[in-house]
Design a protein around this ligand. Structure first.
Ligand SMILES: [Zn+2]
Length: 292
């Protein structure tokens, strides 16, 4: 059933009529695939509430504010999703006349320079000039059990019997699972290359078939020791450090650095597809390639 108010600014496909604009009728955010054919709009505050609920962002301690980071126009008709709120992504969003951008890597990281100068002035200046809302969710987009970066990567690589490794918090940052059929390091390299369109950096330390695997998308190389201590055959993440290779060789765990960007495309993309399918919003994922 369609409900609308405020001159059609906000249209919800829910049967419960809204009493006021702060009341959000999203009681059951189930991940069903109800394809919407009517394009809806939503207010920026309502989109924030919807995303906060979907991603349980208030329960996750993070290094940046999650939610609406830069406020733009109230009415959102078009959303662009992308990995990082770079200037190139903002330019692309301006080109397609987006009212909001949703990213995994936003701004205002703990420890960074707090001034809005240089690169940050250019980015935020463009957002404000074009009245575009910037929504960013960092760890909540990594760990969501279905839409998150880790869950999406597991599904792309065919990893089964998935569980979170509970030594690391928030739960879901470091995951473990297995391949239905054991793979050689060469076979796993080929699988990662064809799936993510980027060849991984590989440390093939064990010279044995890989059955069990741990992974953390993005810059998760520091977790290789935890994975090794659990006796897992291989560890996949986005980036590598010099010391990661020594950990791989000395602990005897195969290691694959599959790209920070390449491993983190799929969470924010899945969240956008969820918004499109379940809330009828117009969402477009724009990939700005990054070799790291
Ligand atoms: Zn990241």
């Amino acid at each position: 059933m369609l409900d609308s108010f405020h001159k059609g600014i906000v249209v919800f496909r829910h049967s419960n009529r809204l009493k006021n604009k702060n009341e959000i009728p999203y009681r059951n955010l189930q991940i069903a695939s109800k394809q919407q054919d009517i394009i809806m709009s939503i207010s920026n505050k309502q989109l924030q509430t919807l995303l906060n609920q979907l991603l349980s962002s208030d329960k996750i301690k993070d290094y940046c504010p999650n939610g609406l980071q830069v406020e733009g126009k109230t009415e959102i008709n078009k959303i662009v999703t992308g990995v990082t709120a770079s200037e190139a992504l903002i330019d692309a969003a301006i080109d397609v006349q987006a009212d909001a951008i949703l990213v995994h890597h936003g701004y205002f990281w703990k420890g960074e320079n707090q001034t809005i100068t240089g690169l940050k002035k250019n980015r935020i200046g463009k957002l404000i000039k074009h009245d575009i809302n910037l929504f960013a969710y960092h760890l909540p987009i990594d760990v969501h059990p279905e839409l998150g970066n880790n869950a999406q990567l597991a599904s792309l690589l065919g990893i089964t019997n998935i569980e979170a490794i509970d030594q690391v918090s928030p739960l879901g940052v470091l995951m473990r699972g297995e391949f239905e059929q054991a793979l050689t390091a060469t076979q796993l390299t080929a699988s990662i290359t064809s799936t993510l369109h980027r060849a991984p950096l590989v440390s093939d330390a064990r010279k044995q078939a890989i059955k069990t695997v741990a992974w953390c998308t993005g810059g998760g190389q520091g977790y290789i020791d935890t994975a090794a201590e659990l006796g897992i055959d291989a560890f996949i993440t986005g980036e590598a450090s010099e010391q990661t290779i020594h950990s791989s060789r000395e602990h005897g765990i195969d290691f694959f650095a599959a790209g920070h960007h390449a491993t983190e495309r799929y969470g924010v993309k899945a969240v956008g597809e969820y918004l499109q399918q379940n809330h009828g919003l117009d969402v477009e994922f724009i990939d700005i390639p990054n070799p790291v």
